[in-house]
Design a protein around this ligand. Structure first.
Ligand code: ADP
Ligand code: MG
Length: 448
């Protein structure tokens, strides 16, 4: 086999290592020599070589042997530095970021500040923790891990931290980006043979903020790099702030060691909004719209109506208000309840989705891997009775159904049985953390 043969040979690895790995690790490999059972490759960095050697030696050797070449050993050589400074026709890129280099943070939304963040019971802890980090005095908990469902204010809080920090501590290098951007930059660095530059850049910041970290789950090489960056910064006592749509332990396909690292600091969640918080947010936004659309009047009760009816998330709530004001402005009418219902009928209908007892029974039985029929059946085994009680509890909590009605849907049980079940769960909830986790997950699934 010739050295040129390698190029066509290497594509055969695409299947066995997967596209991500292939693009990141295999494609950049250049075979520079093949003799005496040793295959020598040119790689951009030592790290790169180590990584390929540890993870892809076997498939590469098998590939050679399939094509009739016996290779006992793989060697990885870093090419001369001059080679990876200049990238194609682009101007040479500096490898080492100096103090004067601007940290290439993702753009921040100027509206996402602490001033514009409305605090209520569901988000007070997350807000307090974010405020603390934004003081920038000392690293009190590391990392700060914020999680919660879509549109509950994670990104808003992250931007608020970054903006506050840049005012209070202009000396600190703050890097904010989404996990997707992290991956994109990492892959790009690999392609352009700038991995060292990438590493040094990320290790030179004082505060690293990564939004929506669940994105890197299942993306192996990116996870690995994230893990190293994360550890290096923690070791240097640099602040890290992470957000995700769920708790570290609940992120599928995220390596165990990363999960446990993420849990080491402070983990706080943004709970689904409650009525008061929604009303508070609406009031704040209305003040803004009043200035923008002067002369528009808003009838009493409209905001309360919206806060009551749109319970999905803040983004939808804001969208509704924006549309309402734009529409009223267009038609030149005052904002009444009737106008609101007309203008927002689709949003209101979508928010109308009611959780049913059947749905609760289905999700709970899936969660505990029991049969749906056991929900209504007579079995008293603990492994079945407990999930059934969980479903009873959730039915009471999440639907407006009466106890006798719930009893009927659980195979015609008496309402006192339902009361007993609900109480049992309430009692256990405070002492059994597994159970309280289960309840949280189930609620989130059902309310999604
Ligand atoms: P997430 O990142 O959790 O999906 P965002 O931070 O993007 O959600 O929030 C969605 C929208 O809702 C943004 O416009 C944000 O300003 C707004 N928002 C969320 N929570 C609040 C709050 N407590 N006060 C004011 N605005 C909020
Ligand atoms: Mg977000």
């Amino acid at each position: 086999m010739t050295i040129e043969g390698w190029a066509s040979l290497q594509t055969e690895l695409l299947q066995s290592v997967g596209k991500n790995n292939y693009v990141t690790w295999i494609e950049p490999l250049k075979l520079i020599a093949l003799e005496d059972g040793v295959a020598r490759f040119d790689v951009p960095t030592v790290f790169f070589g180590d990584w390929v050697s540890r993870n892809f030696s076997d498939p590469i050797r098998q590939l050679f042997s399939k094509s009739g070449v016996v290779v006992d050993r793989l060697e990885f050589k870093v090419s001369a530095p001059s080679k990876f400074v200049s990238v194609g026709r682009k101007a040479p890129v500096k490898i080492r970021p100096t103090q004067d280099d601007e940290v290439p943070s993702a753009p921040l939304d100027a509206r996402f500040t602490f001033d514009s963040f409305v605090v209520g019971k569901p988000n007070e802890l997350a807000h307090a923790a974010a405020r603390r980090v934004a003081e920038g005095d000392s690293v009190s908990f590391n990392p700060l891990f914020l999680y919660g469902g879509v549109g509950l204010g994670k990104t808003h809080l992250m931007h608020a931290i970054a903006q506050e920090l840049s005012q209070r501590r202009p000396d600190l290098r703050v890097l904010y980006l989404s996990a997707e951007q992290f991956m994109y930059r990492f892959v790009q660095a690999l392609r352009e043979r700038q991995v060292m530059g990438f590493k040094e850049l990320f290790r030179s910041v004082d505060v690293l903020m990564v939004d929506d970290v669940q994105f890197i789950a299942g993306k192996d090489s990116t996870q690995e790099e994230f893990f190293h960056t994360f550890n290096a910064l923690i070791d240097q006592n640099k602040q890290i702030v992470i957000s995700a749509d769920r708790a570290p332990g609940e992120i599928k396909d995220l390596e165990e060691r990363i999960k446990s690292r993420l849990q080491c600091g402070l983990v706080v969640d943004l709970h689904p909004t409650d009525y008061e918080l929604r009303l508070g947010i609406l009031r704040q936004k209305v003040d803004y719209y009043r200035q923008q659309y002067q002369g528009l009047t808003l009838v009493d009760g409209v905001l309360e109506f919206l806060a009551h009816r749109i319970t999905t998330n803040v983004r939808v709530l804001e969208g509704a208000l924006t549309r309402l004001f734009a529409f009223a402005n267009l038609v030149g009418r005052e904002i009444t309840l009737e106008l609101t219902q007309d203008c927002l009928s689709d949003i209101l209908r979508a928010s109308d989705r009611k959780i049913t007892i059947e749905e609760i029974q289905r999700k709970v039985s899936e969660h505990y891997s029991i049969r749906l029929s056991d929900m209504i059946g007579p079995k008293r085994l603990r492994t079945i009775a407990r999930p059934r009680q969980v479903a009873m509890y959730l039915a009471k909590q999440l639907t407006p159904r009466s106890l006798p009605e719930i009893g009927r849907r659980f195979g015609g049980r008496d309402h006192t049985t339902i009361i007993h079940g609900v109480r049992k769960i309430e009692e256990l909830m405070s002492i059994d953390s597994q159970l309280s986790d289960d309840l949280q997950i189930l609620k989130r699934i059902l309310q999604a």
